[in-house]
Write a protein that binds this ligand. Structure first.
Ligand SMILES: [Fe+2]
Length: 215
C-alpha cells in the first residue's frame, strides 16, 4: 500500500511539474511581426487563386524558377491552432516582377505563374502552398534590392489582422535589405522561414509558422 501511494505521489509530482512547464511555454509565443503591404498587392481580377501558384488553370506549362513548398501553422499567442483563417499570399515571379500595373521594372512577366493565392487554414491551423522562389528586385536608384520575400495578409474575425512578409534563411541579400534592417534580429528571425528539406518531386520545403493575436 505504502509503495502504491509513493508511486502515485511520484507520478503526480512528475505530471504537475511537466504541466507547469507546459503552461510556462505555451504563453511564451511571440507574435509574428507586421510589415507594410507594399505597392504591389494584386489588383487584376484573377480566377485561379488556389494553393498551387506554379500552375495557372487552363495552361499546360509550369512557372519558371526554383520550385518551393511553403507550409506552416497559424497559432494564437497561447499556441492554439486557428482553423479557417484567410491567408492571402502574393509574390514576385522568378525574375522579381509582379503582375501589377505599377510594376514598371523591365523584368519579364511569366504567364504560367499564378502570383497570388487566397487559401484557408485547415482544422489544425495548417496551410501549404506550392510556388517558386521569388526573385529579388531593385528599389530606389537601383543600387539596392528587396531581398526575396513572400507577402502574407492574414485575417479572421476575433483576431488582429496581420500583414507581414516571409524571408528566406541565409539569403545573401537579406543583410542589405532596407526593411529587414529596420527590424530587430529577433523580429527578423520570426519572419524568416526554416528550410526543411526537399520533396520527392523536387520542391525545396520551407516552414513558416505564424502567430497572430487573439482579440
Ligand atoms: Fe514585395
Amino acid at each position: 500500500m505504502k509503495s502504491i501511494k509513493r508511486r502515485s505521489f511520484i507520478k503526480n509530482f512528475a505530471l504537475g511539474t511537466s504541466a507547469s512547464l507546459f503552461v510556462t511555454s505555451i504563453h511564451a509565443k511571440l507574435l509574428t511581426p507586421s510589415e507594410m503591404e507594399g505597392p504591389f498587392y494584386p489588383v487584376k481580377p484573377q480566377k485561379d487563386t488556389d494553393a498551387d501558384l506554379t500552375r495557372v488553370k487552363g495552361r499546360t506549362s509550369i512557372a519558371k524558377g526554383e520550385l518551393i513548398e511553403v507550409f506552416g501553422q497559424i497559432l494564437d499567442q497561447d499556441s492554439k491552432p486557428i482553423e479557417n483563417m484567410t491567408i492571402d499570399i502574393w509574390q514576385a515571379n522568378t525574375f522579381g516582377k509582379y503582375d501589377h500595373p505599377d510594376d514598371d521594372k523591365p523584368a519579364p512577366l511569366d504567364n504560367d505563374f499564378q502570383g497570388w493565392a487566397i487559401i484557408k487554414s485547415d482544422a489544425d491551423g495548417r496551410y501549404k502552398i506550392k510556388t517558386i522562389a521569388p526573385g529579388a528586385y531593385p528599389v530606389g536608384d537601383g543600387t539596392e534590392f528587396r531581398t526575396p520575400h513572400i507577402h502574407f495578409k492574414i485575417s479572421k474575425e476575433g483576431y488582429v489582422p496581420l500583414m507581414t512578409m516571409m524571408y528566406f534563411p541565409h539569403h545573401p541579400l537579406n543583410a542589405q535589405d532596407g526593411l529587414i534592417n529596420r527590424k530587430t534580429a529577433q523580429e527578423t528571425e520570426l519572419m524568416t522561414a526554416k528550410m526543411i528539406g526537399r520533396t520527392s518531386t523536387n520542391f525545396t520545403q520551407y516552414q513558416f509558422d505564424i502567430v497572430i493575436e487573439k482579440l
